[in-house]
Design a protein around this ligand. Structure first.
Ligand code: SF4
Length: 392
């Protein structure tokens, strides 16, 4: 017999790190990330602060995956990038065949910056293409054109082992035909990886206010689902593996860093708004770049919120994150890794979703069906709450 107390599982040491770079040339209307637009005068002070935050680790933490996201890391100048990357390498030294991803915007990346990234060991570029259609890009308030994407791809191809493109669907006024043209244009560039996200209207963005005032109309739910299905069909027919709800990769090009998130793994994070999972605790820094910096400059912790998860909460999260992966969750491995069975955590909800054919079993694995993929976000709350939510 095992009691809850004797089944605790030791949290692994993080082998992944995320670095947030909050600067952008301007703020896109739909964006609710931690971003400072048009304040390049703050970049040097940011670099001082992030170096100090990393130094608070005390000693370097070797990692197998690194991810520089934003904002727009490539908005930094060549010398600023060089300073950031050398600090990152010092505190998060890449081990072995470390995957090092950097987000880039098509309008920002040039040969000089790409050379700096390659020189420091960056292996993977994630390019915020979003669309190849000028009108859609304008509506999204992006500041690039399709030729910038092609130029950026030409710059990155010879320098980096892996290239990913982000695409958005469901922009105001977008049609299924228009979205299909975007998919075709993206495939013509032969990316190693594609991420496709449905546009969401977030509180606090200008898009949120414009939609409330009736200036922007979101696409119908059915149309958005058709766009998502068309992405799955088009991209998998082109030989990309659909490996997570929103992500597709050529063999050998899955994003290993994001797979750490989806497997419930641990990771460091630094920068304004950055969220980490270390030991049993999830914590996040202040989202305001000013507050984050002020606190670091004053020798205080930049952490704004922190939550220590019980072994059961950790297991529930791991189940939900794992189901985002198309291969689903091996129930045997899940029990081995968490000391909880999925049935015990959320048996009623799982049974119901199996009956509704939103989940399926394949041997030892529990996974989303095609119908489940289309509504996956609505399943997670019930699985996180488990048996107590079932049957309500
Ligand atoms: S470029 Fe990306 S991070 Fe910057 S404002 Fe636009 S959507 Fe947000």
């Amino acid at each position: 017999m095992h009691s809850r107390h004797t089944r605790e599982v030791q949290a692994p040491t993080p082998r992944a790190a995320y670095v947030h770079v909050p600067f952008c040339r301007h703020r896109c209307g739909y964006c609710n990330f931690t971003v400072v637009a048009g304040r390049d005068d703050l970049i040097e002070a940011y670099l001082d602060a992030i170096e100090r935050e990393m130094a608070s680790l005390g000693e370097p933490a070797a990692v197998e995956t690194l991810f520089l996201g934003g904002g727009t890391p490539t908005h930094l100048s060549g010398p600023q990038l060089r300073r950031l990357l050398s600090a990152v390498r010092r505190w998060f030294p890449p081990r072995g065949d470390c995957e090092w991803s950097v987000e880039a915007n098509p309008g920002d990346i040039d040969e000089t910056k790409a050379d700096v990234l390659a020189e420091f060991g960056v292996t993977r570029i994630s390019l915020g293409a979003q669309s190849f259609d000028s009108e859609k890009l304008r509506r999204l308030e992006r500041d690039h054109e399709d030729e910038h994407i092609r130029r950026a791809v030409a710059i990155c191809r010879p320098r980096f082992a892996s290239l990913s493109l982000d695409l958005i669907f469901g922009a105001p006024g977008e049609t299924l035909e228009g979205w299909r043209r975007d998919l075709t244009a993206a495939l013509e560039l032969q990316p190693d990886h594609l991420s496709t996200y449905g546009l969401t209207y977030e509180l606090g963005t200008t898009f949120w206010g414009r939609r409330l005032r009736g200036e922007l109309a979101s696409v119908e739910e059915d149309a958005e689902r058709a766009m998502y299905e068309s992405a799955i069909d088009t991209l998998t027919s082109a030989g990309l593996e659909h490996y997570e709800v929103s992500n597709f990769a050529r063999p050998g090009h899955r994003c290993r860093h994001n797979e750490v998130y989806w497997s419930g793994g641990r990771y460091w994070a630094v920068g304004p708004g950055a969220a980490r999972y270390v030991g049993d605790t999830r914590s996040a820094n202040h989202r305001s770049t000013f507050t984050w910096r002020r606190r670091i400059e004053a020798g205080q912790s930049p952490v704004a919120e922190s939550e220590t998860l019980s072994p059961e909460e950790q297991a529930r999260e791991k189940l939900v994150l794992g189901l985002r992966r198309i291969e689903g969750v091996s129930l045997r491995e899940f029990q081995r890794d968490t000391a909880h069975s999925a049935e015990e955590l959320a048996g009623e909800a799982i049974e119901r979703f199996l009956e509704w054919r939103l989940l399926a079993r394949a041997g030892d694995r529990l996974l989303l069906t095609r119908d489940g993929l289309l509504v996956s976000d609505s399943l997670w709350p019930e699985l996180l709450q488990g048996a107590s939510a079932a049957g309500r």
